[in-house]
Write a protein that binds this ligand. Structure first.
Ligand code: ZN
Length: 411
């Protein structure tokens, strides 16, 4: 993919504005000797930015407009260290809503739908993002926020919710509850819009099967508006990305160079029209690839693959680099195993051991299943884990992100 002339002009405008406002980014660009961008070569010479840089700008160092133009801030979860604060202008909030509305439209959702929103509200961009877009669409919003499964299911039945928005783990939890209570025929859901967490094909298939709904993956991150910057269409051939608001690159995380379309690498995003806190070549650490060619839906918005993991999720075990996603893919080949799993790596008796906990519904020979999974991991990734098969429901579920890898080696 190459940056087009319109995008180039937009980046040039952003860069000049940042330098003249002298915010955190402007100073950084000036120090790098940048004064504008007039070719793709210029663009590719712009310095990357990292989450660490944004943290250094805490609290309001990213603000690129006079304060009276800022209407809201959001903040990334900051589970480690200083949070990142992103200021939004009224236009930013509006642009984000337009992008999100487009996501719903790509998913075939209309103003006749009733959308139950289960992601969190507040500093987090999730809940309010889903809501903004739904209101722009003219749909009926049911702003539940997270948790309280009892009430979620009650409202889902009584208000005849047609669209569920959730993280994949919460959608799975709800699907399991619906199954357990035998209330599926009282549920009117037809679509699910699932965001903010990478998820494997196995989880997808289970949610789809248990709820009998179409599923859509939404992409986005707090630093770049929030969720809603891309979604898959009904042909399900990857997520279309709104390149009239963003320019997306895929780079080799080691060399920093763009990789050819179709190859996996790290997603880097530049915002084209964002006012409150524009980002230039922001390294997301999300791994994906550009899907080459045209989508059967005829849309010209470029597509990226399902997020494969994070470049910093990479786990090194016995000299082999792997991603939890690879384990997920192996488990999806075993219909006897559920999509839930946990990897625990410890350092015992002076050597590293990996235990892989897998759930099954109990009607199989646990030992035999463990052996077969172990052999598959050895064959495909290159090391032999100690596989522990447990009954379904034993592994922890969470309403937010489920922690898949527990590395006790460095504790
Ligand atoms: Zn499409």
């Amino acid at each position: 993919m190459h940056i087009n002339p319109t995008q180039l002009k937009q980046v040039d405008r952003q860069v000049r504005r940042l330098i003249s406002c002298g915010n955190f980014y402007g100073t950084k660009l000036k120090e790098a000797g940048v004064d504008g961008v007039s070719s793709e070569e210029d663009f590719l010479a712009l310095p990357f930015s990292h989450k660490e840089d944004l943290r250094l700008a805490y609290p309001l160092g990213l603000m690129a407009v006079p304060e009276e133009e800022v209407v809201r801030i959001h903040s990334s979860s900051g589970t480690t260290g200083t949070p990142v604060i992103i200021p939004y202008t009224a236009k930013d909030v509006d642009d984000w809503g337009e992008m999100f509305k487009r996501c719903y439209e790509f998913a075939g959702i209309t103003n006749k739908d009733r959308i139950q929103i289960t992601p969190g509200y507040g500093l987090w961009t999730a809940g309010i993002g889903f809501q903004n877009g739904a209101e722009k669409l003219g749909a009926m919003v049911i702003p539940m926020g997270p948790g309280n499964t009892e009430k979620q299911l009650q409202f889902m039945m009584d208000l005849k919710t047609t669209v569920l928005t959730a993280t994949s783990s919460y959608a799975l939890l709800l699907a399991e509850e619906i199954e357990k209570r035998g209330i599926r025929d009282r549920i009117c859901l037809r679509k699910g819009v699932i965001g903010s967490e990478r998820w494997g094909e196995a989880v997808r298939m289970r949610i789809r099967k248990e709820l009998g709904i179409e599923l859509y993956d939404i992409y986005g991150l707090t630093e770049i508006y929030g969720p809603g910057i891309g979604i898959n269409c009904r042909y399900d051939t990857g997520m279309h990305i709104w390149d009239d608001y963003l320019y997306l690159e895929i780079i080799d995380p080691e060399t920093g160079k763009n990789v050819p379309d179709g190859e996996f690498g790290e997603i880097v995003i530049t915002t084209l029209v964002k006012e409150g806190a524009p980002l230039i070549r922001y390294r997301t650490h999300d791994l994906s690839r550009i899907i080459p060619g045209e989508c059967p839906c005829g849309s010209h918005f470029p597509r990226i693959d399902v997020i494969q993991g994070r470049s910093d999720d990479m786990v090194k075990f016995k000299g082999v680099n792997f991603f939890p996603k690879q384990i997920e893919e192996i488990l999806s080949r075993f219909p006897e195993a559920s999509s839930e799993y946990q990897i625990r790596i410890s350092h015992l008796d002076r050597r590293d051991t990996m235990r892989l906990y897998v759930e099954t519904n109990g009607s199989v020979d646990f030992e035999n299943l463990a052996k077969r999974i172990g052999a598959e991991v050895k064959g495909r990734i290159g090391f032999m884990p100690i596989v522990k098969v447990v009954e379904i429901g034993v592994l922890p579920r969470s309403e937010k992100k489920t922690k898949r890898v527990i590395d006790e080696r460095y504790e």
